[in-house]
Design a protein around this ligand. Sequence first.
Ligand SMILES: C[S@@+](CC[C@H](N)C(=O)[O-])C[C@H]1O[C@@H](n2cnc3c(N)ncnc32)[C@H](O)[C@@H]1O
Length: 192
Amino acid sequence: MRLTEIAQTWIAEVLEEGDIAVDATLGNGFDALFLAQRIGENGHLFGFDVQAQAISSSHDLLKSEPCQQSLLHIGHEQMKEYIPSSYHQNIKAIMFNLGWLPNSDKSIITTPETTLSALSQSLELLAPNGRLSVMVYPGHHGGDDESKQVMHWLEQTCSNRQDLTYNAVILPNRPTAPILLQVNKSNCRELP
Ligand SMILES: C[S@@+](CC[C@H](N)C(=O)[O-])C[C@H]1O[C@@H](n2cnc3c(N)ncnc32)[C@H](O)[C@@H]1O
């Protein structure tokens, strides 16, 4: 199974009809389509991307999906501002797939500073029992530093909080392969 499929299968364990979900890096819209199909007509999907092409491809892919859709041509580092406050702490699943848009301009990539800001906001937005998945690419130009920073930040953040558990799915014997990071939020509160 590909790591992107493992990410979706893991998210699907908690995502239900009528839930609110976020695709933080729309790209070609494949994760967004998966989220839309799970949440159905009563769900609300938010999607973010900095490239017009990604918004357009995602619109095309999702046009038959009945859920409410807010596909925003905005960086994910602004997600808290654009997701209504009534949804904060009610979002069941947030997916990130970092790096560049396949078959596109490889100079437009996610960057550590904006990614860490968006991840921090995601942890605030996530519902108790919600899940956050992050695909990082240590083998890509620019992805090595970002992967290290993201993994370090998640390890630190999750070790300081009782309500978060963190797991990394690493393919054996492939040091430059993508890595799937999984964060699970429980009902417990932050450590004092
Ligand atoms: C690997 S692709 C995402 C693939 C996508 N999840 C899919 O299923 O097709 C990464 C995407 O992140 C986008 N991106 C880069 N910086 C971003 C930012 N600050 N906010 C949101 N998206 C960003 C890129 O434009 C690119 O489309």
